[in-house]
Design a protein. Structure first.
Length: 257
């Protein structure tokens, strides 16, 4: 069966050869080196890792020609899960450098939208119920006070239900001064593409979000490598590969920077 398939493949009409910018083969050592770094990078989730590896492959290995720009090669490397430029847009948006507050990601805040007011009487659901364990009200609510960390600017949500409105007002007054003095939050999501590849990333993120007024995170910039993480050493600066925005590579008129 395998042989038959092979034969069928050989008997297909030969594809017209175009003059390649780079023929296959590429720089395997360079790819292996970057791939190793990407696999070790615990900031990347599966989706981000796929995009980074595809980009590394496109830059170091993929044969490029007039039709296969580096961006097309990235889509090809990701495979059938990506369809067209909108698919690429979505993958790049996933890497948008930004601060995601607690509750914006699934299960990032176990007490999301639950009242933190004090519990005086036992909840009937038994001693193992989280409301009894934490001695909190636990009522579902959307009313909250955001507390901003004076060093990182990161948010802590304090939710209070209508019965604990006095608590909400008290906490709100307590954190007002601290919040006003807090710095913009250190980004905690995305920014991996610019950590590995040089490109006009502001242009690319604007293209991906279809938002021409998008700006990089205030104070900290685009690169996850440049964002301070409390209790962690800064990421050492390393050489980045140049990812060229090719002429006519993307729809909507991308330009070289
Ligand atoms: Zn409550």
């Amino acid at each position: 069966m395998g042989a038959a398939l092979h034969l069928a493949h050989v008997q297909q009409a030969p594809v017209k050869k175009r003059r390649p910018k780079r023929t296959g083969g590429g720089n395997g050592n360079r790819f292996a080196e970057i791939a190793h770094r990407i696999y070790q990078d615990d900031r990347a989730d599966t989706r981000a890792r796929t995009l980074l590896l595809a980009s590394a492959h496109a830059v170091t290995m993929a044969p490029l020609d007039e039709e296969t720009t580096v961006w097309r090669a990235i889509c090809n490397a990701i495979g059938s899960s990506i369809t067209g430029w909108d698919g690429l847009r979505a993958e790049i948006r996933h890497d948008l450098p930004r601060y995601m507050p607690p509750g914006s990601r699934w299960w990032s805040d176990p007490l999301d939208q639950l009242c933190r007011g004090p519990r005086v009487r036992m909840h009937p659901d038994g001693p193992d119920d989280f409301r009894n364990k934490l001695k909190i009200c636990g009522e579902k609510t959307r009313d909250k006070v955001v507390e901003k960390d004076p060093i990182t600017g990161w948010h802590t949500n304090h939710f209070f239900c209508t019965r604990h409105r006095d608590h909400l007002q008290r906490v709100s007054a307590q954190v007002a001064e601290q919040n006003a003095a807090a710095p913009p939050p250190v980004p905690n999501s995305g920014g991996l593409l610019p950590s590995y590849f040089d490109c006009d990333w502001v242009w690319m993120y604007r293209w991906a979000t279809r938002n021409q007024s998008w700006e990089p995170p205030e104070m900290y910039g685009l690169r996850a490598d440049d964002w301070p993480v409390p209790g962690k050493d800064p990421v050492p600066q390393r050489a980045r590969l140049r990812l060229v925005i090719g002429d006519g590579g993307l729809e909507d008129g991308p330009h070289a920077d």
